[in-house]
Design a protein around this ligand. Structure first.
Ligand SMILES: Cc1cc2nc3c(=O)[nH]c(=O)nc-3n(C[C@H](O)[C@H](O)[C@H](O)COP(=O)(O)OP(=O)(O)OC[C@H]3O[C@@H](n4cnc5c(N)ncnc54)[C@H](O)[C@@H]3O)c2cc1C
Length: 266
């Protein structure tokens, strides 16, 4: 039985600007050449937002000159829709099915592709240990034994169910063998617990990500998803400091962390 205690998070996609196209647009519209503010910084996330936001008033090269000031003004005035133009894609593994059940409740601005338990056999699958039962916590041996035994029993039951259905499910019910295998696994997965490890590709825009991190990085969120939200925040603060820089991360006496923004739900 393979156990995982921490997720792996891979930033798979980030925004990019086609500066040649933008320059052509400015020239066509008789707008001054690309202002310094739009080109500011190493990442292109804030540039996308400035280009989109200035479309509303065709105010390129006018108004606020400093990009930090410009973005902060959008955040504080809750002009949230322009933050929807910037998307990031994450591949996330080593998380439990209970975590992804909470994650996929975030609907607006999110796209998901998750490993299927009907197509993919779980015989060699892993389980995710809840943070409260992590190996480095003291005094959890007895509870950890309860968890380990339950997971072992579940894994064994899954294999037994697959074998039993392989023997008994009539072949002539299915046109394709793939459909039969799917039918077997979809039944056998009923004995897998919430702790079953899963993998998911998540793409979301900055407005949606900010809301997700605010909700799931808060003290009342489950520890596993809270850890994920805060790790995603760290990646995003590095990628797009102007768009996520108002979040602060705080360590609690129980050694878990929480994150909260200055600008709530833009
Ligand atoms: C600590 C915690 C505990 C929770 N406990 C439970 C629980 O016990 N049971 C349970 O069922 N859920 C629970 N949830 C899930 C919660 O109710 C939300 O489904 C989840 O957090 C997604 O939030 P959201 O709808 O704001 O996000 P999104 O779906 O991403 O929506 C973002 C925002 O868009 C707007 N929006 C989206 N869809 C609509 C719509 N159809 N109509 C109008 N406005 C819309 C809203 O302003 C919404 O806040 C819990 C969440 C947290 C953080």
């Amino acid at each position: 039985m393979s156990l995982k205690e921490k997720p792996s998070i891979y930033l798979a996609t980030r925004p990019s600007v086609d500066w040649k196209s933008i320059a052509e647009f400015f020239e066509e519209e008789n707008v001054p050449p690309i202002p310094d503010s739009v080109r500011a910084g190493d990442d292109e996330s804030a540039a996308v937002i400035e280009i989109a936001a200035r479309m509303c008033y065709m105010s390129y090269g006018r108004g606020r000159r400093d990009i930090t000031d410009f973005i902060n003004n959008l955040l504080s005035s809750k002009d949230g829709s322009v933050f929807e133009h910037v998307n990031y894609g994450f591949i996330i593994t080593g998380v439990s099915r209970s975590l992804t059940h909470e994650l996929v409740r975030h609907r607006a601005g999110f796209a998901y592709s998750q490993r299927s338990q009907r197509y993919v056999d779980e015989t060699e699958g892993s389980f995710v240990v809840p943070p409260a039962l992590a190996a480095n916590r003291e005094g959890i041996e007895a509870a950890r034994n309860v968890l380990n035994n339950a997971l072992l029993r579940a894994a064994d039951s899954y294999v037994e169910l697959v074998e039993a259905l392989e023997e008994t499910l009539p072949r002539d019910l299915f046109e394709l063998n793939t459909d039969r295998r799917k039918a077997i696994r979809q039944a056998a997965r009923s004995v897998l617990p919430n702790a079953t490890e899963t993998k998911i590709f998540v793409t979301a825009n900055v407005r949606a990500l900010r809301h997700f991190i605010e909700m799931r990085g808060a003290i009342f969120a489950d520890w596993e998803i809270r850890y994920l939200a805060i790790e995603m925040l760290r990646i995003l603060q590095n990628e797009a400091p102007l768009l996520f820089g108002d979040f602060t991360i705080e360590t609690l006496p129980d050694n878990t962390q929480i994150a909260s923004p200055i600008h709530s739900k833009v």
